[in-house]
Design a protein around this ligand. Sequence first.
Ligand SMILES: NC(=O)c1ccc[n+]([C@@H]2O[C@H](COP(=O)([O-])OP(=O)(O)OC[C@H]3O[C@@H](n4cnc5c(N)ncnc54)[C@H](O)[C@@H]3O)[C@@H](O)[C@H]2O)c1
Length: 254
Amino acid sequence: MLLEGRRLVITGVLNDDSIAYSVARLAQQEGAEIVLTSFGRILSITRRVARRLPSPPDVLELDVSDPAHHEALATELAGRWGHVDGVLHAIGFAPAAALGGNFLATEWSDVATAVQVSAYSLKSLAVSLAPLMAPGSSVVGLDFDAAVAWPGYDWMGVAKAALESCARYLARDLGPQGIRVNLVAAGPIRTTAAKSIPGFNLFEDVWDGRAPLGWDVRNAEPVAKACVALLSDLFPATTGEIIHVDGGFHAMGA
Ligand SMILES: NC(=O)c1ccc[n+]([C@@H]2O[C@H](COP(=O)([O-])OP(=O)(O)OC[C@H]3O[C@@H](n4cnc5c(N)ncnc54)[C@H](O)[C@@H]3O)[C@@H](O)[C@H]2O)c1
């Protein structure tokens, strides 16, 4: 099994549509021991969903915008496991005013929230857990290709561009410790976060037609497989990379 004996922290399970839920399920099937994280009022929902996984994991509290939560999570994991082999960052949020065609009028406070929760949090999470990570450990985040401007995605697109850059700088600074940092750029998956983006259905409509391999917005499994591969030791010399799991959409001109 790909993840036999590996201990993983998986953020971002909101329900069983969440990309992180598919990663959690597959990681357990591949032999990993996992904990989930969640926050605020969502904690109880995540705990309910966790019971549907093959081996129900504990759910620890982590609001990525609260430095005290990062510290408490690292302390808890140091006591529980002593080390961590990998972490999945599957977190994105932008206030409604930062999405849906309001780009030119969005206030900094809304942009700041989007960037802090969706991009800076990769740094916060990686840095708080790095002391527990041995050489060969892996940090994986979820991206939506930020090389172009998308309808409605607006400041979330800017936050994803920041996430991409952040992953490269983390790869630079954590590489000497043997920690890999990579992103999976997923095609559109019909999750709660995706449905909160006005006009998300426009992506859905064009994707399947343009992706040479086709694309199913209800199936997060291909994305989860790539995350699991990056969390395993199958990519020992890959870091600062963005792997597209989008049916090939990104490589087509039209
Ligand atoms: N669904 C897509 O089409 C798609 C495509 C590419 C990338 N992504 C990315 O995948 C990741 C997971 O999103 P998803 O689509 O599975 O949706 P989702 O709604 O299931 O997950 C988003 C998660 O972010 C968490 N979150 C939000 N604010 C947080 C905070 N302050 N602290 C901790 N957690 C917080 C939520 O609790 C939720 O679990 C996101 O980074 C998203 O941008 C999604």
